[in-house]
Design a protein around this ligand. Sequence first.
Ligand code: DLL
Length: 422
Amino acid sequence: MIWDRSVETLERSRLQSLQRTRLSWTLHWARERVPFYAERLPDLDRWERHPQELLQELPFTIKSDLRDRYPLGFLAVPRQEVRRFHASSGTRGKPTVVAYTEHDLTMWAEVVARSLAAAGMEPGQVLQNAYGYGLFTGGLGLHQGAERLGVAVIPASGGQTERQVQLITDLGPDGLACTPSYALYIAETMQAMGIAPQDTSLKTGIFGAEPWSDGMRERLEAALGIQAVDIYGLSEITGPGVAMECVEGKAGLHVFEDFFYVEVIDPRTLQPVGPGEVGELVLTTLSKEAMPMIRYRTGDLVSANPEPCVCGRTMTRISRVHGRSDDMLIVRGVNVFPSEIERVILSHPGASGQYQLVWEGHPSRPDLVVEMEAVPGTAAPEGLREHLHAQLGVHLTIRVVEAGAVPRSQGKAVRVVNRMTE
Ligand code: DLL
């Protein structure tokens, strides 16, 4: 289902004209209200004509700009106009705080409603929301969007996994929203409790907030008896719902370009890369009042695909996030992303999907070990080491551990751990 057909299927030339107007508004708004942008954005008079082209000349905004102005240096409205704060998890240092006006919250609910509809959810259905409620944007973000769509929410939040399963059996939700790693844990718990996927009401999985692969999708779809789709977003731009995969295509995530302007750049040269080429996703908000972001470097590596989609949406798609530039591992000189390793591991049917990448040995010559669980009753995956080498050029040690040995995730999974010895 397409929630807002008039916008989501808009002819591209009309979409671009809408973007032009909104970009011009955003640039003026930011320059007048945020000292950081007042210093960095030049005189705007000439921008009325081609803001898209001129945008490419503007400086980027990066995470440390936000951190340096913690907590509210980017606030563009009086405090009394703020209706909500959220914060990023801060797993990579000091958290960043983000703020929303009422108008911003409405826009956010709108894009999440569109996302849930793109996943196949419909008004009148029920969503179990197992994203964490609180400062993290996953819980409340999905919640408001579901209500906007007319979907009833079970605000389960993360954790208490047996209770999650109980709620699924008792309340019969149609959709489940959580990280893919937590969905796998819920699926295992369900199995351990003797509940078969076909015995539940679930039809749709809305999974994101961390990288995952098509192999993980297959496992989740089989284990839960659902269609699983990818949802992307980040707090600095709004939260979940910046981009969403449609269930019809399952081939890239539509960016809601009437609210977010997309660029993909080469992170070294900072120049744009062409369609299909992998680069860093850069986003500019087009309607945000409380905290407009101009050319925000997300750190997420994607490629863009402007081709029309089978679902009828005209909005540009981005690929699944290959990884973040700061997640890249260097294994004996070879660069590799955890998500690429996951893709290869999960192409082996015997891999359960529970895995961690462990640095071992001495820091002068570290080894990367794949600690993984096999599907119970199957033999350890054969030839995986060779397969990883052939596909990614890295030599990894494979260690199959007993079921339950890999720590289970209830939110964003920790994929890489350090057990090096000095
Ligand atoms: O993770 C927002 C979110 C909540 C998205 C629920 C989807 C569902 P942050 O905590 O600010 O916000 O983290 C943002 O998470 O820059 C990516 O690196 C990563 N990320 C988010 N969605 C995906 C995804 C939320 N679908 C950071 N695939 C982003 C891969 C993702 N990585």
